[in-house]
Design a protein around this ligand. Structure first.
Ligand code: ATP
Length: 146
């Protein structure tokens, strides 16, 4: 059966290169489900979670904070502004970012700052949600070398 070759890259690094049976991504105009033999497509991505399905049961999740997605010849290429695999998310950092963004929103910042704070809150909330889901799914904590 055909599969998808998936690459998720940022300006800094290749976050993930793998095969998947299905990709679910937060398109700027709504959720996208991509299966093998999908028609060619280029679209902007909203901040959110990308889910890669491997068979019926296995799934991995990567958080992206916006970018572009291209589908061509069973390849899915995601150029993300920032991206983290669920096991890379620093949950404490994301929770701090939620608190800080909420404080900024409550302090009734200027329109520009408010917009940035709302976007930051959204990014951080997605990170917290994905990291917590991974934790409750029983995955071992990430070991950070040092
Ligand atoms: P923060 O306020 O915590 O810096 P941010 O939303 O401003 O978060 P981004 O600008 O989206 O951060 O990302 C900057 C870099 O930090 C990217 O490489 C991103 O992958 C990484 N990053 C941001 N938040 C986290 C997190 N909670 N865990 C792991 N990496 C993160």
């Amino acid at each position: 059966m055909a599969t998808l070759r998936v690459e998720i890259v940022t300006a800094e690094r290749t976050v993930l290169e793998t095969e998947a049976d299905m990709v679910i991504a937060p398109g700027a105009e709504g959720q996208l489900g991509i299966l093998p033999r999908h028609a060619p497509l280029i679209t902007a991505l909203a901040p959110g979670a990308i889910r890669l399905k491997h068979g019926a049961a296995e799934e991995e999740t990567i958080v992206v904070s916006g970018g572009f997605l291209e589908v061509r010849n069973n390849r899915v290429i995601i150029l993300a502004d920032a991206a983290e695999r669920d096991d890379e998310i620093d949950i404490a950092r994301a929770e701090e970012a939620v608190t800080l963004a909420r404080e900024r929103i409550q302090s009734r910042a200027s329109a520009v700052d408010l917009e940035r704070a709302v976007q930051s809150l959204h990014r951080a909330q997605v990170r917290v949600k994905v990291a917590r889901r991974r934790r409750t799914a029983g995955a071992p904590p990430v070991s950070r070398g040092g």
